[in-house]
Design a protein around this ligand. Structure first.
Ligand SMILES: Nc1ncnc2c1ncn2[C@@H]1O[C@H](COP(=O)(O)OP(=O)(O)OP(=O)(O)O)[C@@H](O)[C@H]1O
Length: 572
């Protein structure tokens, strides 16, 4: 029912219309056998067969019945095709709408959540579950046609012989109930298999991303295959085999229910009830005829069950996907200082609580460069995500000038921030239309970052991203510099740059941003350049050990011959 509701929400009118058409096709289907039987009965009652009607030089008996029969067939063809095509189209629209809805939800989910669940689960929902839901929903009209046909044929049986009707109805109820038991058990195996697919996708990700490491260590590769890939594959295989075995057995049992009933009526029932031979022929024809719809109902059930499991997974993801308010247009006042007041953040650990950063209190001023320094694991990157408003503080307040960051304005403040994280992502294009001045700036930055012979930009797209790690990071810096923001954060940007570009970064770009009255936060291990900072925040084990005033001056030039200086921006 939930599956149906999810489906009909997409286009209620179209779904309603195609269901009516499907139901009419089912009714017409159920009329075919009674029509043939009625024409035979009329012929028997008349005694001598009438002269056949000639149609296109073919002799046609009972031409009125024949006409109704063929018109009914034509109606079934049209109604059924229309119903299926309409629902097929709605289901395609539904697939796209579901995916787009999920994209929006993922885009609005907090970064901390996305880091926690990882990409495998979400990709599995987007590519696998959405399709399975739509496949299941697509079967609904066929299911409906079969149900209506079955009901119509039961009506015919009631009309023919009420004792047979009650017997058949009882047999169908017993058959459906006994059929449910193996289906229920099969369903449990399918659910288990579906959960394992998430783990398998993660392992496949490791297989591709970790290809280099795996190739260099045969023992590691063997363990990875055994414990991650093969173990998950086998568990999925085991669950699927059990699930499909039970489902198949149940389906075959379902296939034969009609024949059991026919056998019992033909060989046993007739000895206890009065039933004429024409009635018996009619009943057996009707029962043979319902074999198709009964099989269809039972065959579609496993797919609808799989679709229901996927719908449950999708709803679970949608339910647990937290949504952040995303009002980029909220009013925020101009500010000069970013304030952290007793701000604390704690990761959710596997068992209980994880690493805690804070409580931290400090200020970052515009027109100044603030360095965040400290040992590995001291919490610098975590702090960077607090400063850029991705992690929500568990305690304390973050403010820009007199304004406090809250759910309503967080997204608007984010629009004033630009960051390059250690795990940055470089998109292959620049968004927004660049005018002539913009194009000149891009070219100037390409020259300053010595990328002019490697990358060009046309129609806002980079000509290539096949670059070295250092070059890619310089391209990411170019993208950041083109965005005119109030606060810039660089998390170990210079770590994999050679000395020339460290010079450019620390002695040229940072002072330039400072001169443009930007608040600049730099996470760095380059102690040679600490003198560039106006302020140093020193982190130790998640706490702010000290806040030191810096010198706010350029680092002394590199020794002659170590690196050729890059052109300044003005020169470029
Ligand atoms: N996504 C996460 N989930 C849980 N714990 C995390 C996560 N990211 C980091 N941590 C924990 O937080 C601590 C601080 O990590 P963080 O990356 O902030 O340190 P860092 O100072 O930037 O280190 P480095 O200099 O090595 O980059 C680490 O001990 C780590 O275990």
């Amino acid at each position: 029912m939930k599956l149906f509701a999810a489906f009909s929400a997409e286009a209620p009118n179209k779904v309603f219309f195609s269901i009516v058409l499907g139901a009419l096709a089912g009714v017409a289907y159920a009329l075919l056998i009674p029509l043939v039987l009625a024409s035979l009965t009329v012929e028997l009652e008349r005694g001598a067969p009438p002269t056949p009607y000639m149609f296109a030089s073919f002799a046609v008996s009972q031409h009125r019945f024949a006409a109704v029969f063929f018109v009914t067939c034509a109606f079934i063809l049209v109604a059924r095709s229309l119903s299926q095509i309409m629902l097929l189209r709605v289901s395609m629209d539904m697939t796209t709408a579901l995916r787009i809805r999920l994209y929006h939800r993922i885009a609005r989910a907090p970064v901390a959540y996305l880091e926690r669940v990882g990409s495998s689960r979400l990709i599995n929902v987007l590519t696998g579950d959405v399709n399975r839901i739509v496949m299941g929903a697509r079967l609904l009209p066929d299911l409906l046609i079969s149900i209506v046909t079955l009901v119509g044929m039961l009506g015919f049986l009631l009309y023919t012989n009420s004792a047979v009707f009650w017997f058949v109805l009882g047999a169908i109820v017993v058959g459906a109930v006994t059929y449910q038991l193996p289906m229920y058990l099969g369903n449990r195996h399918f659910t288990r298999s579906r959960q394992k697919v998430d783990h398998l996708l993660e392992a496949i990700n490791g297989l591709i991303q970790g290809a280099k490491e795996l190739k260099l260590n045969e023992e590691k590769r063997a363990h990875f295959f055994r414990d991650m890939l093969v173990a998950n594959e086998h568990e999925i295989l085991r669950s699927d085999k059990r699930g499909y075995t039970l489902a198949r057995a149940a389906m075959n049992y379902g296939d034969l229910i009609s024949f059991f009933v026919i056998g019992v009526i033909a060989f046993v029932f007739v000895n206890y009830h009065v039933i004429s031979n024409p009635e018996l022929v009619g009943v057996i024809m009707a029962l043979l005829y319902v074999t198709g719809p009964v099989n269809a109902i039972l065959n579609f059930v496993p797919q609808v069950l799989v679709a229901r499991i996927s719908l449950r997974q999708l709803n679970e993801v949608l339910r647990e996907l937290p949504e952040e308010a995303a009002d980029a247009a909220a009013e925020v006042a101009p500010w000069q200082r970013l304030r952290f007041d007793q701000v604390a953040y704690r990761y959710q650990g596997e068992e209980g609580s994880g690493f805690q950063v804070g409580p931290l209190s400090f200020e970052i001023a515009r027109g100044q460069v603030t360095f965040v320094v400290g040992g590995n694991g001291s919490g610098k990157s975590t702090l960077s995500k607090l400063i850029t408003l991705h992690y929500l503080p568990a305690a304390g307040r973050i403010g820009f000038g007199a304004g406090q960051v809250d759910d309503g304005n967080r997204h608007a403040y984010r629009q004033q921030i630009c960051a390059i994280y250690t795990d940055y992502y470089l998109f292959d294009r620049l968004w927004g239309n660049a005018d002539e001045a913009g194009r000149q700036r891009i070219n100037a930055y390409l020259v300053a970052l010595r990328l002019q012979h490697k990358v060009s930009v046309s129609d806002g797209r980079f000509s290539t991203l096949a670059l070295s790690d250092g070059q890619k990071k310089r391209l990411a810096l170019l993208v950041a510099l083109l965005e005119d923001r109030q606060l810039y954060l660089f998390d170990e940007w210079a770590a994999d740059q050679d000395s020339t570009f460290k010079e450019v970064f620390y002695n040229m770009l940072l002072p330039e941003l400072k001169a443009r009255n930007k608040a600049v936060v730099v996470i760095s291990h380059d102690d040679r350049y600490f003198c560039v900072a106006d302020q140093l925040l020193i982190m130790e084990e998640g706490r702010l050990a000290r806040v030191e005033a810096g010198q706010g001056r350029a680092a002394p030039p590199l020794r002659h011959g170590v690196a050729a200086p890059a052109p300044t921006l003005e020169q470029a």
